[in-house]
Design a binder for this molecule. Structure first.
Ligand code: OAD
Length: 261
């Protein structure tokens, strides 16, 4: 259960931080109606096989199946809106010296909510590229400018290779600039707030470990402790859409106390 002293301790650490890093995963978007991956029953990977849908070899074997799956997810994301958890992080950014969001999510909701510094570690489901990277890596294709449907992967207008979503699949490297920046931020931050990730997918799962080793306070927001529990200093139990707004209230209360003191 979430307690007020824990919220206050977390708020104090955040208030004093020069750099706050937020490491987010699928859980923060659950209250926007986007399913997570690994939760029993409701998680995408409980119902679908990532080997068949989220690897380069799956795309070579059956591009239309992979395309249709990403079109389905893209439509889901297009209909969704940021929730109070995303909005609370925007509010937090306004209240601290500097805040950077390092996200594994591909839904773009942090930026849509208004977070200004977002590192997308696994790409973005709303963006597409040539699978052959014919004009450099990545060769972004604006899907609105080419004919396409929901069932068939379309061809790149420059080279004819198939177009794919600009997301990271299993077995692929993360975007190099994003990965380096995320680890730099993890080493420099005073607080790492980890929200809604199971902490099992590398290298993102190493960010809180890196931050903790460099001396940061690690705060986790999740309805259940995750794999990162061994490096967590403060665990705030509950859904992000409820806990993060309470954390903003606690930040305000800390500020009021500091001003009054
Ligand atoms: P997971 O599905 O592995 O974990 C989701 C986490 O969110 C779990 O720890 C849940 O307990 C927690 N959770 C559920 N509801 C929540 C809520 N309302 N508020 C806060 N937390 C909540 O998702 P990720 O850790 O993000 O990669 O998965 C990592 C990567 O695995 C994804 O980026 C994706 C996937 O395969 C790629 O596609 C490359």
């Amino acid at each position: 259960m979430l307690s007020t002293p824990e919220l206050n301790t977390a708020a104090e650490a955040i208030s004093r931080a020069r750099l706050v890093a937020v490491s987010s995963g699928a859980g923060i978007s659950k209250e926007s109606g986007i399913p997570t991956f690994r939760e029993a029953q409701t998680g995408l990977w409980a119902r679908y096989d990532p080997e068949q849908l989220a690897t380069p070899s799956a795309f070579s074997r059956n591009p239309d199946l992979v395309w249709a799956w990403y079109m389905f997810r893209r439509d889901l994301v297009a209909q969704s809106q940021p929730n109070p958890g995303h909005h609370a992080l925007v509010e937090m950014e306004a209240r601290v010296s500097k805040l950077v969001v390092l996200t594994q999510n591909v839904d773009g909701l942090h930026r849509i909510a208004g977070s200004t510094d977002v590192v997308e570690l696994h790409g973005n489901l709303r963006r597409f590229k040539c699978s052959g990277d014919c004009r450099g890596s990545p060769t972004i294709i604006d899907l609105d400018t080419i004919e396409h449907d929901q069932e068939h992967a379309p061809a790149c207008p420059h080279c004819g290779a198939l177009i794919r979503p600009d997301v990271v699949w299993y077995g692929e490297m993360l975007p190099p600039g994003a990965l380096e920046r995320a680890f730099d931020i993890a080493k420099q931050c005073d607080v790492m707030l980890v929200v809604g990730t199971s902490g099992v997918v590398q290298p993102a799962a190493s960010l809180p470990v890196e931050a903790r080793h460099a001396g940061a306070t690690v705060i986790e927001v999740n309805p259940m402790p995750s794999q990162i529990a061994p490096v967590v200093d403060i665990f705030l139990q509950g859904p992000a859409g409820q806990v993060l707004p309470l954390l903003i209230d606690a930040l305000q209360a800390f500020r009021n106390r500091s001003l009054g003191a």
